[in-house]
Design a protein around this ligand. Structure first.
Ligand SMILES: [Zn+2]
Length: 299
């Protein structure tokens, strides 16, 4: 996957030049928009290689500058570049259109509360949770577990259940600081689920954060599982949220947070969106949910 992303990135660079910003961990890159930027250097043209989509935040709607990456090559590249792209684009996209197996918890999944706490691999995991301030109560509330075997070995697992209490997703975070891949998630589409919707009270204020490790520190939170709001989560918040919506992304995602603010702050949600700006290198989990000092006003 990473190699494919590099090849595709190179191809897009042939078309658009060097990216203005690069978030390798999310395979998200931005350029100055070839249609509307006109030398202003705004970097509004975002491409997400893993999701195979692009969008210009400024002229996407008016000029149709958004869609699958294939369209990007049709519009701005050559036939040859498009052909190459189709050859190397991520397999997963093609798979996703077909059958996706039902999510099941990783092999060896054991709830923290049921763990033998002196078994060394488990102890490592439990120590990791302690170091991040995650308590037994939180482990119980969210059904947090771990596994020391299989492809998810050495990971803390937080399951997600839908409204009816059926498992629909999980996040698995490595407790080894040297792990190449911090998170490993199941092959389900994260944009098609709302993490732990069974625990969300839509009548109360809702916190929107990036990851589940942030969400567990907030009273009524929904994680985006990244820095971008899915269509489903947007619609659900719009239709169901009765209180305020508080945006609390990681400190390094201020630009995403402002965009999110403007996306949400309209229609029935107008004037109900609040914003938290955390220090650059911090997230909600680092601050153990103590975010009250960081509210800001957006004009
Ligand atoms: Zn544009």
């Amino acid at each position: 996957m990473t190699e494919e992303i590099d090849v595709i990135l190179e191809l897009i660079c042939e078309v658009l030049g060097e990216p203005k910003k690069a978030y390798y961990s999310h395979s998200q890159f931005s350029w100055n928009c070839p249609i509307c930027d006109e030398g202003r250097g705004k970097g509004n043209f975002e491409v997400n290689i893993e999701k195979s989509t692009y969008n210009c935040w400024s002229c996407g709607d008016s000029e149709g500058t958004h869609g699958p990456i294939g369209k990007l090559f049709d519009k701005f590249g050559t036939k040859k570049q498009k052909k190459l792209y189709l050859l190397v684009r991520p397999e997963e996209r093609q798979e996703k259109r077909s059958f996706i197996p039902k999510v099941k918890l990783p092999d060896g999944f054991t709830k923290i509360l049921d763990c033998n706490k002196i078994y060394p691999p488990y102890r490592e995991g439990i120590n990791y949770l302690k170091s991040r301030g995650i308590t037994d109560e939180m482990c119980e509330k969210y059904g947090i577990g771990l596994t020391s075997i299989g492809s998810f070995a050495g990971r803390i697992v937080i399951p997600s259940y839908d409204k009816d209490g059926d498992l629909n997703y999980f996040v698995a975070r490595s407790w080894n600081p040297r792990a190449k891949q911090k998170y490993m998630n199941p092959k389900a589409e994260k944009d098609k689920i709302i993490f732990n919707e069974n625990l969300i009270d839509w009548e109360k204020d809702i916190y929107v954060c990036e990851g589940m490790f942030d969400a567990i520190f907030l009273p009524n939170a929904v994680p985006m599982l990244g820095k971008h709001l899915s269509e489903l989560l947007f619609t659900t918040i719009y239709e169901k949220a009765k209180g305020d919506v508080i945006i609390c992304l990681d400190g390094d995602a201020y630009e995403n947070a402002v965009k999110l603010y403007h996306t949400l702050n309209g229609g029935v949600l107008y004037n109900r969106i609040k914003m938290v700006r955390l220090p650059m290198d911090k997230d909600v989990c680092d601050l153990r949910g103590e975010i009250n000092d960081y509210y800001i006003k957006i004009k």
